[in-house]
Design a protein around this ligand. Structure first.
Ligand code: ADP
Ligand code: ZN
Length: 604
């Protein structure tokens, strides 16, 4: 059993060893046990049911909510020589009948189906007449109302153990929230399933958060470190998406927009190009990303604050699925807090939902303003204790300087209080700085005791203070969304002198000159391709693109970057040597071996 699983891993998938808990899961399922698997994106969930599917008699039925993803998974399996198919509404009727025929004839190792299809009486009857190896329920958090992708039809999957009591089930999700996990167990009747919970750390992702001074210039500088790489740039609004994509395109970067306001054809075309070409940057709203399984996304950039830590972690998690170095980069400003508060206030949600959303925004702000290891904070948000420091986030690499801001905070809070908790930071800062604006004079605010007590600091410094007080929960933006500031329960302790306030010194905008940065960089961004390797690397990628085009699949279905990189470094001279490279299975060796060897061994 044990070595059979390892044989499949090596021969079919071409990987030398299991990762993390994969082997335990594969064995447990192979022996007929039920399992609940929590693993971060890119952790390697698919193999957890794909290998048992090959170990066990019959066809494994994989329930997946994402039609686009099914096709990719099936393409990848077929490339590896596995008999896989999918059934969903995108297939023509005769193609569907053909798949059903193969299923009944026992010719399929894996069949991917959408939940609504699986649950039809007709399909369940079909399954009664087939040998089912196992049920895999992917994206299992869709069963949870608490989670973010609730799908009512997922609830009905609870009938599977009743109709097929002897068939093992595995439910998989990348959602770490304990509440969602409980709901999955309950809703899918997995009380007796063994739980496999992996760490949600994504060690290959580096985290960086900065203040927004000039979004375009900052993004431009960031992208200099990622030339020719695929990445996603998230913006809050459609207009900003269009604007940023256009600006990047004009600067010579392959950038495409994606948001719900574009017509379906354009969206689909842009998504296809992102998946099928190397080095495309997708500028998008959060509408983009669900079901995008591209392994070689090298960076995710946020030009605005996302809605919550969960959202941020999911979005940044789309980088570096292949385990190679990747970067999560975010810039934000005080105005984000106001905009987000307004969006929450003006949404149609019920009041208690709005309260939850405000709490989520606050914890995200605390993350953004953190002075300690960001990874520790992120994982802490998912109930995981990470010892830290990680050495791979901006705060670990260059610990921010902090200063004692207790008196300054007292001035700020008291100015908010004295002006009646009815104004935004702009007006309060005017009062603090002693500016005799029309509004200040009109409201008689120049007579307040706090008028001018903060004249020793400029407006920018004050904005930084207000932003951080908001992030620390010492001030709150009004629930109605006008951007007015109010004291919180925690403010009292500061005003009363019982609580000290430490704030970070805002880093000055990086002014590293382009040339200096370019000189210090190796030839190609994250992957550390050296200049002398560049032409071979480009040739390998070009060959991959060409082969992928011929077969109508994304390049990573042919070989991942990690595999190309291993080829580049190992320079295999013949098929035997090529076969030892991670990601080169028997079927791909036969199909592509000669072409890749030719490129590797041709004088560049
Ligand atoms: P998830 O579904 O958890 O996001 P995937 O199953 O898509 O992750 O796997 C992420 C990537 O890691 C895939 O490209 C997969 O081929 C690769 N992978 C998975 N398991 C292994 C392994 N044992 N060795 C090497 N690569 C692996
Ligand atoms: Zn860190």
């Amino acid at each position: 059993m044990h070595s059979a699983a390892l044989d499949i891993l090596r021969n079919i998938f071409g990987y030398p060893s299991f990762r993390g808990q994969q082997q335990a899961i594969v064995e447990h399922l192979g022996e007929g046990g039920d399992a609940l698997v929590l693993m971060p994106t890119g952790g390697g969930k698919s193999l957890c049911y794909q290998i048992p599917a090959l170990l066990r008699q019959g066809t494994a039925i994989v329930v997946s909510p994402l039609i686009a993803l099914m096709q990719d998974q099936v393409d990848a399996l077929r490339e590896a020589g596995v008999a896989a198919a999918y059934l969903n509404s995108s297939l023509a009727a005769d193609a569907q009948r053909e798949v059903e025929k193969q299923l009944l004839a026992g010719q399929l190792n894996l069949l991917y189906v959408a939940p609504e299809r699986l649950l039809t009486a007709r399909f369940l009857d079909l399954l009664e007449r087939t040998e089912v190896a196992l049920f895999a329920i992917d994206e299992a958090h869709c069963v949870s109302q608490w989670g973010h992708d609730f799908r009512p039809e997922y609830r009905e999957l609870a009938i599977l153990p009743q109709r097929f009591p002897a068939v093992p089930r595995i439910a998989l999700t990348a959602t770490a929230d304990p509440r969602t996990r409980e709901e999955i167990v309950e809703r899918l009747a997995l009380q007796d399933a063994r739980q496999f919970i992996s760490s949600f750390d994504r060690p290959n992702i580096g985290y960086r958060v900065g203040l927004r001074h000039n979004a375009k210039r900052q993004l431009g500088e960031f992208l200099l470190g990622h030339e020719g790489e695929s990445g996603i740039v998230y913006c809050l609004s459609r207009r900003k998406v269009d604007d940023t994509a256009q600006w990047l395109a004009e600067s010579g970067i392959e950038a495409l927009p994606y948001h719900a306001g574009l017509d379906a054809a354009t969206r689909s075309k842009n998504q296809q190009r992102f998946l099928r070409e190397d080095g495309v940057v997708m500028v998008a709203t959060v509408a983009f990303g669900m079901g995008i399984d591209k392994p070689d996304v090298r960076f995710v950039a946020h030009l605005d604050l996302p809605r919550s830590i969960e959202g941020y972690y999911q979005e940044t998690g789309r980088a570096g699925r292949d385990g190679l170095p990747a970067e999560a980069w975010m810039i934000y400003g005080l105005s984000d807090v106001v905009t987000m508060s307004q969006m929450i206030a003006q949404s149609e949600s019920a009041d208690d939902r709005k309260r939850v959303e405000r709490q989520k925004l606050e914890s995200l702000l605390a993350y953004a303003e953190a002075t300690d290891c960001r990874r520790q904070l992120l994982l802490g948000a998912f109930g995981e204790t990470y010892p830290g420091p990680c050495g791979h986030c901006d705060n670990c690499v260059a610990p921010p300087k902090t200063w004692d801001a207790t008196v300054v905070a007292q001035k700020a809070l008291s100015a908010v209080y004295r002006t009646g908790q009815r104004f935004g930071s702009g007006h309060v800062i005017d009062v603090l700085r002693g500016e005799e604006t029309e509004r200040v004079l009109g409201l008689d605010h120049h007579r307040l005791s706090t008028f001018g007590v903060g004249a020793d600091m400029d407006e920018k410094q004050w904005r930084s203070v207000f932003r951080q007080l908001l992030a620390a929960g010492l001030l709150e933006a009004d629930a109605e969304g006008y951007g007015t500031l109010r004291l919180t329960a925690a403010s009292r302790a500061v005003l009363g002198g019982e609580r000290l306030v430490k704030l970070r010194e805002d880093a000055r905008p990086e002014r590293a000159s382009r040339r200096k940065r370019e000189a210090s960089r190796v030839a190609s961004g994250s992957l550390g391709i050296e200049a002398y390797e560049q032409s071979t690397w480009d040739a390998l990628r070009a060959l991959r693109t060409q082969l992928a085009k011929q077969q109508g699949v994304p390049p990573y279905v042919v070989f991942h970057d990690a595999t190309l990189l291993a080829m580049l470094r190992a320079m295999p001279a013949n098929e035997d040597e090529l076969a030892t490279i991670s990601g080169v299975g028997e079927s791909k060796l036969k199909r592509y071996g000669r072409d890749f060897l030719a490129v590797i061994n041709s004088p560049q």
